[in-house]
Design a protein around this ligand. Sequence first.
Ligand SMILES: *[C@@H]1O[C@H](CO)[C@@H](O)[C@H](O)[C@H]1NC(C)=O
Ligand SMILES: *[C@@H]1O[C@H](CO)[C@@H](O)[C@H](O)[C@H]1NC(C)=O
Ligand SMILES: *[C@@H]1O[C@H](CO)[C@@H](O)[C@H](O)[C@H]1NC(C)=O
Ligand SMILES: *[C@@H]1O[C@H](CO)[C@@H](O)[C@H](O)[C@H]1NC(C)=O
Ligand SMILES: *[C@@H]1O[C@H](CO)[C@@H](O)[C@H](O)[C@H]1NC(C)=O
Ligand SMILES: *[C@@H]1O[C@H](CO)[C@@H](O)[C@H](O)[C@H]1NC(C)=O
Length: 414
Amino acid sequence: MLLSPNPLSLLCALLLCLPLAIVFTTNTTHTTTTTTPIILDIPMPLPKNISIHENPNKTSSLLSPSLNIQDDELHKVITREKRRPIGPNKKSLLTSLSVPLSSPSPSLWQENRHDALFKAAMRVNAKPTRPKKVAFMFLTNKPLPFAPLWESYFNQTTTSKNLFNIYVHADPTFPYHAPFSGVFFNRVIRSQPTRRFSPTLTAAARRLLAHALLDDTSNSVFVLLSPSCIPLHSLNFTYHALLRRGKSFVEILANEAVAYDRWAARGPHVMLPEVRLEEFRVGSQFWALTRRHARLVVSDRVLWPKFNVPCVRFDTCYPEENYFPTLLSMWDPQGCVPATLTHVNWTGRVDGHPRTYEAWEVGPELIRRMREDRPRYGDGNGDGRRDPFLFARKFAADALEALMRISNGVIFRD
Ligand SMILES: *[C@@H]1O[C@H](CO)[C@@H](O)[C@H](O)[C@H]1NC(C)=O
Ligand SMILES: *[C@@H]1O[C@H](CO)[C@@H](O)[C@H](O)[C@H]1NC(C)=O
Ligand SMILES: *[C@@H]1O[C@H](CO)[C@@H](O)[C@H](O)[C@H]1NC(C)=O
Ligand SMILES: *[C@@H]1O[C@H](CO)[C@@H](O)[C@H](O)[C@H]1NC(C)=O
Ligand SMILES: *[C@@H]1O[C@H](CO)[C@@H](O)[C@H](O)[C@H]1NC(C)=O
Ligand SMILES: *[C@@H]1O[C@H](CO)[C@@H](O)[C@H](O)[C@H]1NC(C)=O
């Protein structure tokens, strides 16, 4: 279906498919592109050689707060965002329903470019306060099928309740018959429609980052999760593994055979001159970013406008798998572990969807296999992996019961 040029099936895909990652990390023969070694090691506020010579003033405005925003305006935004109870808002639900599903309007793609939320978020301190916390950010368009599993994950007594926060981006155009409850109650941020083959999934992830940055100055690592993700370890183990390295975990692949098509799908005229093909990267949609990098993302005014426009080709349009790896590899490769911590099984898949584990396959053996699996690690081979997988996908919704049966005895036991 993904490669079909038939407009009807494309429309169906746009309307029906879930916002799940597609990344062709199959073991492809490396193409003949001459690879430019990444030699950028530029301190954070200075992006790579962009406009520096044309306008000396522009450099600082790229990443630092825009100067025309008044402090009192900023203060108002921050106070409002903090006071506003996080939760689905009936009114915004209705408003967003009027968004035409079949023809996403340019305003939908462009939304939030100048949003006050982002202006406020880019001003937060990049250094977290203590105790450091992990922000678990769920990006969904359906009720979370594994909510009970996450509930007991977050309820483990060995880890302090003060060491994490939960945020949910829930596409308001989909129904949530069972409302978000338990640990997810009141954790839904103001959300926007999300569609595959569009920048909206990336926009949603950025929105989660902005909210989480503003919500708690202690949020130190920001983890993106899908509804079909499960934890592979205890919360305590995960917390320490995420914080130990002081780096972001974002898969950054330089030599993917699909890179050219992905880049071309964005439109070379849009990507150039800042993002040449040699600088374009591919990687899993699911990452864990440090606070410094979360702030970098919400402050980005160079790459985001380029990724926040519709693709010129839709069959290879997965900006959420290109924006983050490209941005971070251009601006701070040293600050990244170039691999994802979310296990996914692409073995033998040709349809662009990773393997989905069914209920009957779930057992202690599967969890053990996933933990011990050593697939590729960034551009290197699996032997280089020294960071354990902390999450896994995809699991069929009806695997919940089987997962719950082994949660305390296997999944949360490290
Ligand atoms: C990937 O390719 C490399 C070299 O092309 C090969 O050595 C390796 O065994 C392959 N890995 C898998 C999982 O197929
Ligand atoms: C920076 O950009 C300018 C103008 O585009 C170019 O002349 C110069 O060679 C570039 N410098 C580096 C180090 O890439
Ligand atoms: C840079 O900023 C200064 C003072 O804000 C201004 O006088 C100057 O014209 C600006 N330069 C450019 C190239 O915009
Ligand atoms: C979580 O823990 C609290 C007490 O610490 C308990 O009241 C609650 O029932 C637990 N929830 C679940 C889903 O286990
Ligand atoms: C939490 O994890 C850390 C690191 O993995 C470990 O040293 C510590 O003993 C664990 N604490 C508990 C209560 O399990
Ligand atoms: C991944 O899928 C392949 C093929 O379905 C299977 O043989 C393999 O065991 C799976 N790997 C893991 C870690 O489950």
